[in-house]
Design a protein around this ligand. Structure first.
Ligand code: COI
Length: 360
């Protein structure tokens, strides 16, 4: 196992020009450096290094290209008004990364390797953390199979890389409500599959539906369960919540949806505010009934990239359901302000979620 602080550092000789903070978009610009560590069956994880951000060279037979052994994470760093650097619940990311690794038969990564990598990389590229409201430094750790071999078996070699990108809002709508298309035909995952792992294939499988939804004027797709095409699962880039008659409902973690860190935080916030929250199976018919009867008060998605994203309209089998007249609900707004306040260090953090990165 690698000793903390054993990371080799090669400094980038050229520094990129940073984009204006009001034009960041999502995942378009990358910082000056990246972190890499290799895995070989006989050596374990070894040779950690921070190098200038650059393309990587892979053998065309590398197993990632053929059998898709690849997982990733997403987390954010924030800079407070007094210059401190805060990470939002990074422990949850390493835990989920290793659960995804386990599901894809990828070797586990030591927590100290993960935290040391994050700390050192953020320290090197700390000037890239944007400070304007609604911005942050998005951190993308990922692992993939590098062994050049076409036999179908787990790779003997992997790389774990971290790249970082200064970001603004994930959706072009910003924090305004998004329109979501309910996918009636294709499914994202089934129980027992890899739906709860953060693996690249889950996202690839969503693209065809996402593109056809976009052609119809919808930003994203809401997935129904893989067996009955009846029960609400997730949006793919976010978990979903519905406020019905005063109670907030969200699909329970059934093994086929992602155990979102923002989802978990929102549930904790709602409980803290004594707002009734239920994790349960929700059918799309039930949701439409609630909408028609006037009981569906708000809907929103949650995710690291998306933060809190109000949902203003659903379309299921050509039937439109407009929620809150297409406007942002009070609860969605309150949750957004509370969560971003905690993350940016402008509001108290009663849950101890924020972890300060002390940089050199
Ligand atoms: C995230 O929210 O961090 C994700 O990984 C979702 C991705 C589609 C941007």
């Amino acid at each position: 196992m690698v000793q903390p602080l054993g990371i080799k550092f090669e400094e980038s000789l050229t520094k990129k020009i940073k984009p204006p903070q009001d034009q960041l978009g999502f995942g378009v610009y990358f910082t000056d450096h990246m972190y890499i560590i290799d895995y070989a069956f006989e050596k374990g994880w070894h040779q950690p290094r921070i190098v200038p951000y650059q393309p990587i060279v892979l053998d065309p037979a590398a197993k990632i290209f053929h059998y898709g052994q690849s997982i990733f994470e997403g987390l954010k760093a924030y800079k407070t008004e007094d210059g401190r650097i805060l990470l939002f619940r990074p422990q949850k990311n390493i835990e989920r990364l290793n659960r995804s690794n386990d599901r894809l038969n990828i070797p586990q990564l030591d927590e100290s390797v993960f935290f040391d990598a994050l700390k050192q990389l953020i320290s090197v590229d700390q000037d890239w953390i944007p400070t304007e409201p609604g911005t942050s430094l998005y951190i993308r750790p990922f692992v993939f199979a590098t062994q050049p071999a076409l036999g179908l078996s787990p790779s003997t070699n992997y790389q774990f890389i971290i790249i970082m990108s200064p970001v603004g809002a994930y959706y072009p709508e910003g924090v305004n409500p998004v329109k979501i298309f309910v996918e009636p035909e294709y499914v994202r995952a089934v129980i027992g599959g890899v739906g709860e792992a953060k693996t690249a294939g889950n996202y690839a499988a969503a693209l065809k539906s996402q593109e056809s939804a976009k052609e119809k004027g919808y930003t994203q797709v809401l997935w129904l369960d893989g067996v009955h095409r009846k029960y609400i699962e997730e949006v793919g880039s976010m978990n979903v919540f519905f406020k019905i008659n005063g109670t907030v409902h969200t699909p329970s973690l059934n093994g086929s949806i992602l155990d979102g860190i923002t989802r978990n935080s929102i549930i904790q916030l709602l409980k803290h505010w004594n707002i009734s929250i239920e994790e349960r199976t929700i059918s799309i018919e039930e949701l439409y009934e609630a909408g028609k009867d006037g009981f569906l008060e708000e809907a929103f998605g949650t995710g690291t990239a998306a933060v809190i994203s109000p949902i203003g309209e659903l379309n299921w089998c050509d039937e439109k359901l407009v929620i809150k007249n297409g406007r942002t609900g009070e609860l969605s707004q309150r949750l957004y302000e509370a969560l971003s306040g905690i993350q940016k260090g402008t509001m108290p953090d009663p849950f101890g979620w924020m972890v300060e990165v002390r940089v050199k």
